[in-house]
Design a protein around this ligand. Structure first.
Ligand code: ADP
Ligand code: MG
Length: 244
């Protein structure tokens, strides 16, 4: 039986304050984020919605440490991201974050298994352990029987599930997904959302961008972004003061 340390207070997985991101300078500057405050707790399932150009991807890229904010503070799993150097940042990215893109971003000429193994090569794991973990991640997304297939031998939904397995294989604190069903037909969309749903049921934190209501309906919380600011947040704990 495991014991719980006395100081094990639940801490946010994401805590951003006054986040701003400006692209360019002077006359042509684009203010993509204009003061975003957001807290995400472990195990949350959150959808970010908003019109095209409202700053959703910019926000997710900052949360995923793929981009640095112009100003503001970001604590990821208790770590102040702003104090990290490039090397530390890439370690945090590799260990704490699983990223899924609209366009899958799989390596075309290699198998599903090899694609999923990739982050473990960067993490410095040995081949045998890599293979085992990659196979387990593929099983988690229901693709154990497709390990030897190349991306062009898989449907869109299956390719996105391979991308999801690749995002999960390092055991990240959270999965960030930028319009993960944006390129998929309705059957594949359902397939991918099924996996997200079951991952969340087993306790994983998921933040996903979508502009479709029926996709956002899978999430327990919706954050609406407009013109670089949050204009609506349905978080229960914001009003009740506790996670429900
Ligand atoms: P969304 O994902 O909601 O469609 P984005 O976050 O991609 O919005 O973009 C927000 C704004 O920032 C847009 O006006 C976009 O043109 C601008 N933008 C995004 N990335 C860059 C970039 N690398 N350089 C300049 N402007 C950018
Ligand atoms: Mg976008």
């Amino acid at each position: 039986m495991s014991t719980i340390p006395v100081d094990s207070v639940v801490k946010p997985v994401i805590e951003v304050t006054e986040l701003r991101k400006t692209y360019g300078h002077g006359e042509t500057a684009v203010h993509a984020l204009r003061g975003v405050d957001m807290t995400v707790w472990p195990g949350e399932y959150l959808a970010i919605m908003g019109a095209s150009g409202s700053g959703k991807s910019t926000l997710l890229n900052v949360l995923g440490c793929l981009d640095v904010p112009t100003s503001g503070a970001y604590k990821l799993d208790g770590i102040s991201v702003g104090t990290l150097n490039e090397r530390q940042l890439s370690l945090v990215r590799n260990r704490k974050i699983g990223f899924v893109f609209q366009s899958f971003n799989l390596v075309p000429r290699t198998t599903a298994l090899s694609n999923v193994e990739l982050p473990l090569i960067y993490a410095g794991l040995r081949r045998k352990e890599r293979r085992q973990r990659a196979a387990a991640a593929l099983a988690m997304v229901g693709l154990a029987d497709r390990a030897g297939h190349r991306p062009n031998e898989l449907s869109g939904g299956q390719q996105q599930r391979v991308a999801l397995a690749r995002a999960l294989v390092t055991g990240p604190a959270m999965v960030l997904a930028d319009e993960p069903t944006g390129n998929l037909d309705s059957e594949s969309t359902a397939e991918v959302l099924n996996v997200f749903d079951s991952l969340n049921r087993s306790g994983r934190t998921i933040v996903m961008i979508t502009h479709e209501d029926h996709v956002a309906a899978h999430a327990a919380r919706t954050v609406r972004v407009s013109d670089g600011q949050i204009i609506e947040d349905t978080a229960q704990w914001r009003t009740t003061g506790a996670l429900t």
